[in-house]
Design a protein around this ligand. Sequence first.
Ligand code: SAH
Length: 543
Amino acid sequence: MTLKKNDDIRLEITAFTSQGSGIGRFEQIAVFVDGTAPGDLITAHIIKVKKNYAIGKVQKFHKKAPFRIESDCEVDSRCGGCAYRYITYEKELEIKRQGVNDAMKRIGGIDIECEEILHIEKPENYRNKAQIPVGISAEGKIIAGFYSKKSHRIVDCDDCKLQNKDFSLIIKAVKKYIYENPVTVYNEETGEGLIRHVYLRKAVKTQQIMVCIVINGNSIPKKDRLIESLLATGLGIKSVVLNKNKKDTNVVLGDECEIIYGSEFIEDELCSLRFRISPLSFYQVNPEGTELLYGKAKEFAGLKGDEVLLDLYCGAGTIGLTMAESVKQVIGVEIIPQAIENAVENAEINGIRNVRFICDDAKGAAKTLYDEGIRPDVIVVDPPRKGCSREVLETVSRMAPERVVYVSCDPATLARDCGIMKELGYNTERLCAVDMFPRTVHVETVVLLSQRRPDTHIDIKLDLSELDVTAAETKATYQEIKDYVFDKFGLKVSTLYISQVKAKCGIIERENYNKGEGKSRVPQCPPDKEEAIMDALKHFKMI
Ligand code: SAH
């Protein structure tokens, strides 16, 4: 039977997509059905048929998957915010972990098992930030909430289970101001109307709240009444900001901010440090999850105290600053000027001095640092969803750090980039998912990439009879040189690097290592390590 629109078919759901819908097979055709889970047996009503797949909706359940639960949200079936409220959280974690493994294999060609997925205690009301679109219903009611799935239809909701509970009171206060004054709300189709989004942030440790009203204009009428209405909530509102966005765009925030009440920033505490956050600076949305994430990133970084650490895409400096006490120097790079201003202030208010922040695009900054001769021992990258460009990854690998810690909010682009790093000489050694976004399709991931060690991945033939062993050569063993360099400079150097420097100094005349039959690129000793090895050779009076 060929599948047609409006058919009703019996379907067994056998898998989940990474986008949160169930899939069943009907005669070789994959049928996607929202709100279903593997183990469900349903009658599906087909609403769309394409060449290789179809989309259906549940007509009737015949059998339900054992891990199904009742959703506790009234608007769950319409809202695009949550994806998994109808299954247990344990099952969701299992699905996410499997999804990360699959992406690494399918997209990156990397066979690695994700470690136990880290998650917060209670997957409720964890979001400290909300960008809530404001609109008007057909009946003329002011509405605010998430968009419905794959559309820009606003689902009015004043009891979101993901967001901080204070946010619904603030939304009520903004709606009151809109009704009473009255103020227009933005219409995406016509480009008219004033209030576009209410953008909220709460620093949960300090209770400070920032309310940012995104407007399609330069000012709002009777702004004192808005401020009054907000302060009447009795919440810790520390800052009220107007963000001006007059563009016809899906990007929520415009570039210009005007503070209309209180402070330019709010301050939060994270990993025992204090962080100042401006409206345009990125700040992780799940504070408890962030501590788990940064903890894992630090573990992967394997810091000993002497490293130069490059924090690419550093936002307000958070990752680098939480690692600063464990390294010699942190260099942070970020493209948004306000975020870099915060990063500099954050270093200052925490008394951290071994940091340098650069406001630039990651690609350009990495090149400049490379040209300056900076060779970080560890590089942390935490790019936006689209991942890193190949150029960034190439410069990262040319800097030859021992370890790269890649933090990502999109397993697909992470997997792609790990595949590129493999070509560039870095193995994915560890993989851990952190569920920063419970009940939604999203998951955060962190991987450890390690430089393929020449002494473990390239066969080294140290056949003494083949070497021109001079008197000098016998003076210090490779191990003694390694120990000296580590003790004096805190640098780890491989046998390969030592032999390269020895060859350069004329101590040995030929390369005494096998180049791996052309299969792998032979890493070249970076300048800082070369200098350290030279120092050792001088110390042992070999040059
Ligand atoms: N590591 C930070 C921020 C991560 S979000 C944290 O944990 O809070 C990604 C950051 O990358 C954002 O701050 C964004 O402004 C920045 N960014 C985006 N594109 C960039 C680019 N091309 N170069 C440098 N930074 C960029």
